[in-house]
Write a protein that binds this ligand. Sequence first.
Ligand SMILES: [Zn+2]
Length: 154
Amino acid sequence: MNWRPHFTIGAFAGAIVALALHCEIFIIFLAAIIGGISALAPDIDHDSSKIRKAADLTVPIFGIFFALSSSCYTDVLCITDNWKGIIVSALAITGLYTIVITYLKPSHRGIIHSLLFALAYFAVLYAISDFAFALFGFVGYASHLLADGEIKLA
Ligand SMILES: [Zn+2]
């Protein structure tokens, strides 16, 4: 299945969960986006997938933002004090991604297409955001496995 139906199904899954949680309209919209993008995530194990191309671009950017937000949570001015640490963490995130994708390259529809990985994905989102967002991401991710008809534990 290519990325469009996966995105649509994931967006619906995210929005439905947000509706069930009685979220306000903005959060429902956000949940749809998170669910949709998360539904693309499993195909990162596919070399020519949309998400892979997007990830090659966004992971370094995300790395910078993550490093910024984790070291300068309240004060923007601290960037000048912590710039070395920020660059190091951003490079570490990008490097880790590159190593995993290039050298450990999981087979298509392998471990990444599993509930175990969906849970790991949930855990990562939960660590960097909050429970509701992690849940939107999880249902999006899980919707991909359902749509592929590949429900396995690990
Ligand atoms: Zn797939």
